[in-house]
Design a protein around this ligand. Structure first.
Ligand SMILES: O=C(O)c1cc(=O)[nH]c(=O)n1[C@@H]1O[C@H](COP(=O)(O)O)[C@@H](O)[C@H]1O
Length: 230
């Protein structure tokens, strides 16, 4: 069976747990995501550990955000690990995004538009007035112009972003919760079925899978619900 278009966020406190989660979910999902918690603790070795024997695609979510020269060096430093995807913050601007794209030519640079944990009151406070969708579309357009081949947005904006950037750009949506699941610190959420129907290419799902007593079964259940819905 083809693995589902899901990146399981391995936000684990230790490498053993992350590697265990990765091996339990990889028959069911296409990708695993390594974020700041694991990478800052274990560094580059974490990539080989979670890739394991299966060779699953690894999404390295470091959300780089600095001046272009610094991001260029950082992207070059991790490019040798050959992650399939590397995140940068779109708010770093076009020159920064382009620097990452040029420094990691074999990795898809994914620009994070507006974090899915922010609601409109938060955006107002940080000076991004108006609907979240407006900021997301603006950041998406500038990121693609700067060479990003993937974008991260919430499921709420994914159809508008698809209209903005067209086909050929990978749209990645965190903020995904199965019906009835706790939204925790996410603000702009939808179900996996809805996110996919609205045009997402890859769903980032963490705690609804890794917080389950049986992460393999939780991943398999979401993958099956996506197959039924498609
Ligand atoms: O870049 C990301 O992956 C990301 C962007 C964003 O806007 N929101 C967001 O939640 N994420 C990541 O997606 C994952 C979501 O995890 P859960 O909320 O546990 O499903 C976390 O690893 C976040 O770091």
């Amino acid at each position: 069976m083809t693995p589902a278009p899901i990146a399981v966020a391995l936000d684990a406190p230790d490498l053993e747990t992350a590697a265990r989660w990765a091996s339990l979910v990889t028959p069911h999902v296409s990708t695993v995501k390594v974020g700041l918690e694991l990478y800052l603790r274990y560094g580059p070795d974490v990539i080989a550990s979670v890739r394991g024997a299966s060779g699953v695609r690894v999404f390295l979510d470091l959300k780089l955000h600095d001046i272009p020269n610094t991001v260029s060096g950082a992207a070059r430093a991790v490019a040798r690990l050959r992650p399939a995807i590397l995140t940068v913050h779109a708010g770093g601007g076009p020159a920064m995004i382009r620097a990452a794209v040029e420094a990691a030519p074999h990795t898809a640079i994914a620009a994070v538009t507006v974090l899915t944990s922010l609601d409109e009151a938060d955006l107002e406070r940080i000076g991004l007035r108006g609907p979240a969708g407006d900021a997301v579309r603006r950041l998406a357009a500038l990121s693609v112009e700067a060479g990003a081949t993937a974008l991260v947005c919430s499921p709420h904006e994914v159809s508008a972003v698809r209209r903005e950037v067209g086909d050929g750009i990978t749209l990645i949506t965190p903020g995904v919760r199965p019906a009835g699941a706790d939204v925790q610190d996410q603000a702009r959420v939808a179900t996996p079925e809805q996110a996919l129907a609205d045009g997402a290419d890859l769903l980032v799902i963490g705690r609804p899978i890794t917080g389950s007593p049986d992460p393999g079964a939780a991943a398999a259940a979401i993958a099956a619900s996506l197959r039924r819905a498609s």
